[in-house]
Design a protein around this ligand. Sequence first.
Ligand SMILES: Nc1ncnc2c1ncn2[C@@H]1O[C@H](COP(=O)(O)OP(=O)(O)OP(=O)(O)O)[C@@H](O)[C@H]1O
Ligand SMILES: [Mg+2]
Length: 336
Amino acid sequence: MPDNLQHRLIGESNAIGEILEQVSSLARISRPILVVGERGTGKELIAHRLHYLSARWQGPFISLNCASLNESLLETELFGHEAGAFTGAQRRHSGRFERADGGTLFLDELASMSARLQEKLLRVIEYGEFERVGSQQAIRVNVRLICATHEHLPERVANGLFRADLLDRLAFDVITLPPLRLRQDDILLLADFFAQNMAQEFNLPAITGFAPDIQQQLVLYPWPGNVRELRNVIERSVFRYAEPGRPLTRLCMDPFASPWRQTPEPVVDEAEKIPMNWQEHMAEYERKLLMKLLMSCHYNQRSAAQRAGLSYDQLRGLIRKHAISTRPPEMRQHPT
Ligand SMILES: Nc1ncnc2c1ncn2[C@@H]1O[C@H](COP(=O)(O)OP(=O)(O)OP(=O)(O)O)[C@@H](O)[C@H]1O
Ligand SMILES: [Mg+2]
């Protein structure tokens, strides 16, 4: 397996250990596998690993995001077309199935595929052959299929949106990736990996880990965007705040955060973050709201109090309680 940084899989949690074992054993048999999990949990990474650990590793690994194309484009991308098959089809085009011959085809986000294409896909899996659009001639291919989705396919089957027989065929076995918030053991490992890569790739100062409060923040945050979100936060923070030979003392969780941001974050989102501890959660919520209030009033405490319907003293009390800096970020000497 190529030790390509881009495809290196980090994780020492039990959950990841079990998944890696499952992947190694499934890689050996050329059967369709379905990889499921929330967005950003590493589904594509697992598909790569299944390919590179399989006997097909020297064959092509071809992928296609099915959600990004309309029905007819998806059809020609999957199965190809003959010259003259439709207006504008000047040359023969080989589809992803043909290009993946001898290797692996990774179909990402296939849950919303139309009923007609589902039927065509079922036929390829069943008989190993298909026709290009505009042709009657059957083409035989030897392709291992790996599919991924963040949707709940059995529910789509129950609602008549996905074929039960196709799901059966696609899912010889299912690999379910846990959300990052349920494998907290991996968060700091991943964070460290992403920080080192970022520093190496862009020749930035190498940090020496993360300050304790930053570690705590990383571990407790619920990461709705999972590993992809963690990667972005770490890379952005290293880029902005890394100092050579020092631990990182500051994170940039939200690149949109600015006193001038146009639309406030919807308050309902806060409720979706799982309260690990009710009081901590509420205090954190209050702190964030207070910071937003101050920013929106350009750190003028009288107008902030007025805007929130608080007395000046009440506002000052809250600021003290949360030890919030009342100076605009651009005027602070030391990051808070
Ligand atoms: N265990 C891991 N170790 C290292 N990097 C990881 C790991 N899991 C995910 N990543 C990284 O996180 C990012 C998202 O992973 P990936 O694209 O595989 O997720 P996905 O589940 O396919 O997401 P989506 O549902 O949005 O398509 C990638 O940059 C990937 O390299
Ligand atoms: Mg993906």
